[in-house]
Design a protein around this ligand. Structure first.
Ligand SMILES: CC(C)(COP(=O)(O)OP(=O)(O)OC[C@H]1O[C@@H](n2cnc3c(N)ncnc32)[C@H](O)[C@@H]1OP(=O)(O)O)[C@@H](O)C(=O)NCCC(=O)NCCS
Length: 172
């Protein structure tokens, strides 16, 4: 799906689709953000995996939107979500932009694109992300494990998710 650029609450950044030409910037940002969130894991080693993962999400119809600096057009953060599955698969913001509203704008955009509900999985020890989701109205549903890392996770949801997930079970 392609959508026109839209203005978030703040004029310091702009929201637009994440394009193929943004791939390197998105990968750099993803590595830097996760390195800060979980310094014990070497995310440089996962960069290639994440590049393939993003391509897979695109093929599966996930929508990718990013926030860019209004002046320098730098990619500051991005989301990947499936409105059909109500699944917010990625939300990542460059570390020097944490706490300044970029993530809030991306979350507003995710809710605009999937207005009835969203679900996601978050590592249990990612306390900053958990505080962020709870601040944005997400509620904890249950515990699980990340199939790749084996680390314990919480499933969080906002809005109407369970009913939709029952319908979409075969696709998850
Ligand atoms: C998750 C992420 C997008 C949130 O963006 P952000 O700009 O950091 O979010 P915010 O600053 O708006 O909200 C974080 C909240 O957690 C609080 N916080 C900071 N460190 C914390 C900690 N160690 N424990 C608990 N809360 C913490 C902040 O004070 C803030 O709350 P406040 O607004 O009431 O002060 C960003 O941190 C990120 O990219 N993280 C790395 C990737 C990631 O974890 N993605 C989500 C995976 S599920």
């Amino acid at each position: 799906m392609s959508a026109a650029p839209s203005k978030p609450e703040s004029c310091r950044f702009t929201l637009r689709d994440l394009h193929e030409r943004d791939r390197d910037a998105a990968l750099d940002l993803w590595v830097a953000a996760w390195r800060k969130a979980m310094p014990e894991i070497d995310f440089d080693l996962r960069r290639k995996w994440f590049s393939g993962h993003l391509a897979q999400l695109k093929l599966r119809g996930f929508v990718m939107r990013c926030a860019t600096g209004s002046r320098d057009r730098r990619v500051l953060g991005f989301i990947a979500l499936s409105p059909k599955l109500r699944h917010l698969e990625q939300i990542v913001v460059e570390p020097d932009q944490w706490g300044n509203g970029v993530a809030a704008s991306l979350m507003t955009e995710a809710k605009r694109l999937s207005p009835d509900g969203l679900w996601l999985d978050v590592n249990e020890d990612n306390s900053r992300a958990i505080a962020f989701y709870e601040k944005h109205g997400f509620r904890r549903l249950n515990r699980s494990r990340n199939p790749k890392s084996g680390l314990p996770t919480f499933r969080y949801a906002w809005g109407d998710v369970k009913r939709k997930r029952e319908k979409a079970k075969g696709e998850l």
